[in-house]
Design a protein around this ligand. Structure first.
Ligand code: JD8
Length: 294
């Protein structure tokens, strides 16, 4: 997968070399995602938007039409940047032996992702959709945002998503891009070690036993710490009892912190067995077998 990020703060994503490649530090350079980048499984490129400014002040913003606070990012600078980034990623017309069979048009176009507080919610489901793409381009806004014609223009030739990572206000899109890139890249083949799997991810996952529920509590050595013991069942070796206990804990935590997820699972009808409904009822959410009413 190729991931391009356009921003006025390239250093946010760590040391960037002349070709826009990221170094071994920063959110894209460390951990499993950093290793995948170093292996070349993910081709990260970070671009400074000011490279496409044309005036001596390298201006990327201007006053908003219609008045109001702050500044708006200029469409002409963004348009030129996205044109070049997309052109750079597009296969050259001289097909090499490898893609001789695959004419240029065969290469799926990139998908443009623009974080914004007004965007559609970014979800695990969308993360999985992005993980299936071959090329993602992220546009990091700042100030009051990017002139809205940039997205309108890009939509004439590619899929564009305006997404939000949550109901709080950030100062710009960089943090949101770091969040989205991590959620997407951990789903790519070979990124997570084999001991880890995304199958059981909360908020969707791939149909694992716990998918759709929040994670339950976790423990490791020492067995006793500051007078606090690890639950005996986890030391019992009784795998069925352990699985049941972990599910009960996940149900209790989900009912307490995210009753909306209980409703979503209850609505699927086959989300809960008799024991589940008993645990949820004890947690204050009666779910009867018949209707999914809570
Ligand atoms: C992109 C500029 C700042 C936003 C005036 C504060 C996402 N969940 C989220 N919260 N905030 C953002 C976000 C904020 C951004 C930009 C994303 C570009 N800003 C602006 C409008 C109000 N300032 C976000 N994803």
């Amino acid at each position: 997968m190729r991931i391009d990020i356009v921003t006025i703060f390239p250093d946010y994503f760590g040391p960037i070399d002349a070709d826009g490649r990221v170094g071994a530090s920063g959110p894209l350079g460390v951990s499993l995602i950093g290793k995948a980048g170093a292996r070349g499984d993910i081709d990260f490129r970070v671009h400074d938007l000011r490279r496409w400014t044309t005036d001596v002040h390298h201006a990327v913003d201007d006053t908003p039409f219609g008045g109001g606070p702050g500044m708006v990012m200029k469409p002409d600078v963004w348009g030129a940047a996205l044109d070049d980034v997309l052109a750079d990623a597009a296969p050259t017309d001289a097909p090499s032996s490898a893609d001789a069979a695959a004419p240029a048009s065969a290469t799926p176009p990139a998908r443009l992702v623009v974080p914004a507080p007004s965007g559609a919610p970014f979800t695990q489901e969308l993360a999985a959709a992005y993980a299936a793409e071959s090329h993602l381009v992220f546009a990091c806004g700042r100030y009051e945002g990017i002139d809205s014609r940039v997205v309108a223009d890009a939509r004439t030739r590619m899929v564009v998503d305006e997404v939000s990572i949550g109901d709080y206000v950030l100062a710009g899109g960089e943090a949101a891009v770091a969040v989205i890139v991590e959620a997407v890249c951990r789903l790519l083949p070979g990124v997570l070690g084999n001991e880890q799997s995304a199958a059981d991810d909360s908020f969707g996952g791939a149909g694992g036993a716990m998918s759709g529920l929040l994670e339950g509590p976790v423990y490791t050595r020492p067995r006793a710490w500051r007078g606090l013991e690890v639950p005996d069942v986890l030391l019992s070796g009784h795998h069925q009892a352990i699985a049941r206990w972990q599910r009960d804990e996940a149900l209790r935590r989900t009912a307490a912190n995210r009753p909306d997820l209980i409703r979503r699972l209850a609505a699927t009808g086959e989300g809960f067995d008799k024991r589940d409904r008993q645990v949820i009822a004890e947690a204050g959410y009666p779910v009867d077998g018949e209707s999914a009413a809570l």
